[in-house]
Design a protein around this ligand. Structure first.
Ligand SMILES: [Fe+2]
Length: 355
């Protein structure tokens, strides 16, 4: 399989992967034989690169091929949901395989995140998409993918290159893979863990690292990003109690994504909170536990993203975010009907939900 520029495509080549648009719509499916029409369609949609198989079909094979391009009728949201669920199921298979021994994680994951990742690299923001994704299974699986995608987004905002962003998406997605070795009753326990149970649960970071090391093909940056994702900026984390920038960058980014997704997801032991309340909690953690530079950048982007969004306030009123307060990003100016409410001065009013 090789990456090829669309303007170098030739008739008879065979696509090695689904081609997905920026809006996550599947345009042409894997194994489709390239024709003039397909090249024209790809160019029209500004798709620059596709994956193709190394072997070409002969002219006769192309002419007689019954394979037709399938242009999915799914709209952007359905296609995104389809790709999202497909990927979560893949993570589920890896978790299951690991319960019985070693999984070939590298080849399982190869190219798996690409359709979702291309959305991040080109559309910039997946916050709204993540909120609408439905996956009614184990929280850990959905959380894994969300952290992978959020980490990639933060990495991109941080200025990392495409390869680093792709590495980060893998590290984020696999950060909790070691939970496959932790008993389920501990992971899903609704109440507080005993200190012995907590010790077992904490081991998952080391297990994740060991699994990736054993399965080979993952860079040191990826493995260390996974190992240290529970380290905290003030040294209060585990497994080593590292401090500040001694914690590898990928791990510091994954930590922010991990906390944010945990707060904004429905979990066994806690209801979800709005992105703005989560941002407030992250902000308070940025003074001690999370990298302040990464956290502040992330909060700024979140706040900017939600300008223009409808929100539900804790007063029961609905309003629209009009303007951000530069010094208090999580407390914007809201328009409710004809009146304006500045949340930075009305400390009793909070954003309960983004609609
Ligand atoms: Fe974790």
């Amino acid at each position: 399989m090789q990456l090829m520029a669309v303007d170098e495509l030739k008739e008879g080549m065979v696509l090695a992967q689904d081609v997905v648009s920026d809006a996550f719509v599947s345009i042409v499916t894997e194994s489709t034989i390239v024709t003039h029409e397909i090249i024209a369609k790809l160019e029209k949609l500004d798709i620059e690169f596709v994956y193709v198989h190394s072997e070409m079909m002969t002219e006769e094979e192309t002419a007689f091929s019954q394979v037709e391009p399938i242009f999915e009728k799914l709209d952007g949201k359905e296609a995104l949901n389809y790709n999202y669920n497909k990927t979560v199921n893949k993570i589920k298979n890896i978790f299951n395989d690991l319960k019985f021994g070693v999984a070939d994680i590298k080849s399982e994951m190869d190219g798996t995140l690409d359709p979702l990742l291309s959305g991040i690299l080109h559309n910039n923001n997946i916050l709204s998409s993540l909120r609408i994704m439905k996956y009614d299974d184990d929280y850990t699986l959905k959380h894994s993918l969300n952290v992978g995608l959020l980490s990639a987004m933060i990495g991109k905002w941080y200025g990392l290159n495409e390869n680093q962003v792709a590495d980060l998406s893998l590290a984020g997605t696999l950060h909790d893979i070691g939970k496959s070795k932790v008993p389920r009753y501990i992971l899903n326990k609704p109440g507080e863990l005993s200190s012995q149970e907590f010790g077992i649960a904490q081991q998952h970071a080391v297990y994740s690292y060991e699994i990736l090391k054993e399965s080979r093909g993952f860079s040191d940056d990826i493995c260390e990003g996974v190992l240290y994702h529970h380290e905290r900026f003030n040294g209060s984390g585990y497994p080593q109690g590292m401090k500040g920038k001694a914690i590898p960058l990928y791990a510091r980014i994954i930590a922010v994504a991990d906390v944010f997704d945990a707060l904004t997801s429905d979990k066994v032991y806690q209801g979800k909170v709005s992105p703005f309340l989560a941002a407030d909690i992250l902000k308070s953690m940025s003074f001690e536990e999370l990298d302040p530079e990464i956290t502040n950048m992330f909060l700024k982007k979140i706040a900017e993203f939600y300008v223009g969004n409808k929100v539900l306030l804790n007063t029961g009123e609905e309003g629209e975010i009009i303007y951000l307060n530069k010094f208090s990003l999580t407390k914007p100016l809201i328009k409710i009907g004809e009146k304006f409410v500045d949340l930075s001065t009305k400390t009793d009013i909070k954003i309960k939900e983004v609609l």
